[in-house]
Ligand binder design. Structure first.
Ligand code: M6R
Length: 616
């Protein structure tokens, strides 16, 4: 969702802002704009609906004077359509102040009415312009941006990151943050602000995360952070673990293609440093407290979208190895009922971005009820890990494509590490069994690399199926969440109706959807590892095949039983049942990507979607 960048320094500010916005494009947006205080101390803005290229054209047609202070924004429309007028920055104080915003100001309507009654007028339909006018009015009273911010934040309900510049304070950018993301980048004689480190990683690898309800002021040489009452707060610097090239497309046709191919590394890097002598020891969990873990009686996983399917997949392993009951909940459903939690409940959140508002709210709510919270997250310094008691970072590297791929396999890997660590401290899994699972886990990167070899086969299939209007996915046991994930990938990338079902549920309703030619992907469990389930799924295949379905089976190498009934078989290497999802998901990701490409769609930024959903 909205991307934010702020800069003070002697580089070309327009270039820094535009470069930052380009790196934040992946978040999803539909308009963009910048504001710069030029060397004469005059505020200049340029904004345009559409992609960044439209803003680039606008800047060519009507160049703005450069300076040393500026803010930039990519907007994902919430209040008001994606038009030029609704794009950020919004101006106030007679065009002397510019403000950008990520989040939603829930009480903007009464505030707007109050300001209109005072004679202020508005040029947009946005909630953001209300904050800008409010800030401008306060600035006129106090003459200082940070101080003006401290007053107005008390009047705003909802979630926001706000950044502003005022032409009477050149060399200063001020930001305020509640629940939406904001990170500082520390440079030499220059400083940055960004929605995430991608905004400035080209210039510095030194970053500082800003906490809840804090106000930050940057100049070229200094950074000051206070709480909303103006008390200074301690901040902690961290090194950005990846460099700018990690978030570049390189020679790949899309970020998604690159990220699918990076999955062996995503798993290997997530395992690194967490296995000792054939046993899983996750240092972050040891620090959290093995005694606390040993006392856990129930686990609730909260997540959204693909991350929730990672949770559903891992539930099987956690329950089997650690013998603790696990519920997997969509964060937005969990938060707004009255869940029963006790002090021995552990809440695990899963979030690639660490900024998903629904998940953040679920974590905060669970903690307010006394539960302990662990975060599985891929983004350093993000809000959810900062709000949690502990974090297990996945080391998938930056995931830029909106469709989550390498983060998914890294999340399952991190959850399996968690499950084996928990099993060890609880003594629920014999040592030899632990060692066997560790060996399986360590073999996953190489096996995923083998699966990547089915690319041509999958591309051919996708081309044949480019006119397909609906696709069904079936799976059983750990194959069920993979069926759901396969369907989600296809929906979001190829805009095709796709549904995932538990294979056992087929005869309870979904089989009515089968008509001649209906494509059905079936994730087939291993005949060796799941001898009891395999024949049942093969029977399901026969049932739908008898009704004309076209079967595409994802089956392990050597599974002869599916061959007579499948139109296409995509083979995956042998693996123990709980590890099959890490392999079976790869062809499904590829299929969705290739079908989208065959339809000429943008696989990195599908319509209407944002990479991280930072509003509820
Ligand atoms: O950043 P998060 O992992 O919290 O994001 C959760 C979902 O929004 C995300 O997985 C979404 O479903 C993806 N677009 C799926 O590809």
């Amino acid at each position: 969702m909205c991307g934010i960048v702020g800069y003070v320094g002697s580089n070309k500010t327009v270039d820094v802002l535009m470069g930052g916005l380009r790196r934040l494009e992946y978040r999803g947006y539909d308009s963009a704009g910048i504001a710069v205080i030029d060397s004469r101390g005059v505020l200049n803005t340029a904004k345009k609906a559409g992609k960044l290229s439209a803003l680039v054209e606008e800047l060519k047609a009507r160049p703005i004077n450069d300076g040393q202070t500026g803010i930039g924004h990519t907007r994902w429309a919430t209040h008001g359509a994606p038009t030029n007028a609704n794009s950020h920055p919004h101006l106030a104080d007679n065009g002397r102040l510019a403000l950008i915003h990520n989040g939603i100001i829930e009480n903007f309507a009464p505030l707007k009415a109050e300001l209109i009654a005072e004679g202020f007028s508005f040029e947009s339909e946005t909630d953001t312009e209300v904050a800008a006018v409010l800030l401008g009015r306060e600035y006129q009273r106090v003459g200082d941006l940070a101080e003006a911010f401290r007053t107005i934040v008390a009047r705003l309900d909802g979630a926001f990151t706000l950044l502003a510049v005022h032409q009477d304070q050149p060399g200063v950018v001020v930001g305020a943050r509640r629940n939406s993301p904001l990170v500082i980048g520390l440079g030499e004689g220059e400083n940055f602000l960004g929605s995430d480190v991608a905004a400035f990683v080209e210039y510095t690898r030194r970053a500082v995360a800003i906490g809840q309800d804090q106000i930050v002021t940057i100049t070229a040489d200094a950074v000051t952070v206070t709480d909303f009452d103006g008390h200074s707060v301690e901040t902690e610097e961290f090194d950005i673990a990846w460099d700018a090239s990690a978030s570049e497309k390189g020679g790949w046709s899309s970020f998604m293609a690159k990220e699918v191919s990076e999955q062996p590394d995503a798993v290997a890097n997530t395992l690194r440093g967490r296995i000792t002598d054939g046993r899983v020891v996750v240092p972050e969990l040891t620090e959290f407290g093995d005694d606390v873990l040993a006392g856990i009686r129930r686990i609730v996983i909260v997540a959204c979208g693909t991350a929730a399917y990672a949770g559903q997949t891992a539930k099987y392993a956690i329950e089997k190895w650690a013998q603790v009951p696990v519920d997997v909940e969509l964060s937005h459903e969990f938060r707004y009922r009255d869940p029963v939690l006790s002090a021995d409940t552990l809440v695990i959140s899963i979030s690639q971005s660490g900024e998903t508002m629904d998940t953040l709210m679920a974590v905060k709510y669970a903690m307010s009820l006394g539960a302990k919270a662990i975060s599985i997250c891929n983004t350093q310094g993000a809000t959810i890990p900062r709000e949690s008691d502990a974090v297990i970072y996945t080391h998938a590297g930056p995931e830029v494509a909106v469709a989550s791929t390498k983060a998914f396999v890294a999340q399952i890997t991190a959850l399996y590490l968690f499950a084996l660590h928990l099993a060890r401290v609880r003594g629920s899994l014999p040592e030899a069994e632990q060692a066997a699972q560790v060996a399986e886990l360590q073999a996953v990167p190489e096996k995923i690399a083998t699966v990547l070899g089915v690319e041509d086969e999958v591309r051919q299939l996708a081309r044949w199926m480019s006119d397909t209007r609906a696709v069904l996915f079936l799976g059983r046991h750990v194959g069920f969440p993979i069926a759901l994930e396969g369907a989600l990938k296809l929906k979001e990338l190829a805009y095709i109706h796709a549904e995932g079902f538990a294979a056992g549920e087929l005869k309870h309703g979904p089989i009515a959807l089968i008509e001649p030619g209906q494509p059905v992907f079936v994730v087939v469990p291993s005949p060796r590892g799941s001898a009891h389930l395999h024949p049942k799924v093969v029977s399901n295949i026969q049932e739908i095949r008898a009704r004309g379905a076209r079967i595409i089976a994802i089956a392990e190498v050597g599974d002869a039983a599916v061959l007579p009934f499948a139109d296409t078989v995509i083979h995956i290497p042998l693996a123990a049942p709980l590890f099959e999802p890490l392999l079976a998901v790869v062809p499904l990701q590829m299929f969705a990507m290739e079908l989208a490409r065959a339809k000429g769609l943008d696989v990195d930024q599908p319509r209407n979607l944002a990479k991280s959903v930072t509003v509820e």
